[in-house]
Design a protein around this ligand. Sequence first.
Ligand code: ATP
Length: 353
Amino acid sequence: MSITAKNIVKKFGSFTALDDVTLEVGGGQLVAVLGPSGSGKSTLLRIIAGLELPDSGTVLYHDEEVTDSHVRERNVGFVFQHYALFRHMNVFENIAFGLRVRRWPKDEVEHRVNELIQLVQLEGLGRSLPSQLSGGQRQRVALARALAPSPKVLLLDEPFGALDAKVRTELRQWLRRLHEEIHVTSLFVTHDQEEAFEVADQVVVMNHGKIEQVGAPGEIFEHPANPFVMDFLGDVNVFHGRVEGGRVMLGDLAVDYPDQPHQEGRTATAFVRSHELEIARSWNGRGSALKAEVVQVNPARGVVKIRVISADFGLALNVDVSWDRFTELRLSVGDHVYVAPRRVRVFVEDYAI
Ligand code: ATP
């Protein structure tokens, strides 16, 4: 393992920011730490970096304990949301800074900085000041500066958080390509699941100072470990009901659920992603469906987003349909429809005695 954080506990007064967190990051991987605001992502990153000390637990780099070593001794590169470039230094000098501090010979500095300027595709901008660059370019300078001394580990905290959506998307694709070129072990904090899923080899989902799930993006999307992860990934409808006798009963809806064959009923929460709901003008009796009314149609994206309300069930649902299906259905506000899940993920609650 390249980075290991073991049983990390961190409290701020009586508040527990990290509650016995253990995380392993494989060498050369790009790992995203994803979670809502306040879940402890930055605190974990700062402890791994050596910017903050844990109350208990250990941090290892390449199996060597670094928990108590100073940030300067750890040889980590950082990129933060706010560029923190030196405003009075040009691009070349910003990137060279860490090398000059380490007393690299002049010609080696020159060679390394030029190499990095090429790597982050800023050729011709070496003499520009940060104020003459766009936000995306500044973040690439920050990345080149972090990479200059060839760090063992690269830590990025919301590196694209301050950029607009289009630049953000471009930069994350670029970061992925760059990672494939240089393969430095990287830990990337974000609250944006699309970003995490697009960029990372592994995603770590955090909530309330704990890790809820670790896995490859596809694995987390297909097999969310628990209701929190399912809900956090978004675009999902939540139903409350019961499982019994191999079925989930969600109000008027009954869906097969062979995982729970027992007759004895148990409370369950069922999640259906918006694109996993079928919508139709009539229902042919294949399984059960909810009657609903269309209250909103939003055709502004790659899919058409339809919002319906099921009066019987007292529930609003979001349904995504393809443009082809939408053209077929010709739905508008006020239309009566039937809605049924194609796929349901059920989480059965534990017995509470
Ligand atoms: P965000 O996405 O908003 O940055 P985060 O998941 O990175 O959130 P952290 O910054 O790690 O969360 O903070 C976790 C919790 O610890 C928050 O509730 C925060 O208020 C608290 N916290 C962090 N640093 C300190 C500090 N120095 N003193 C007191 N509380 C702190």
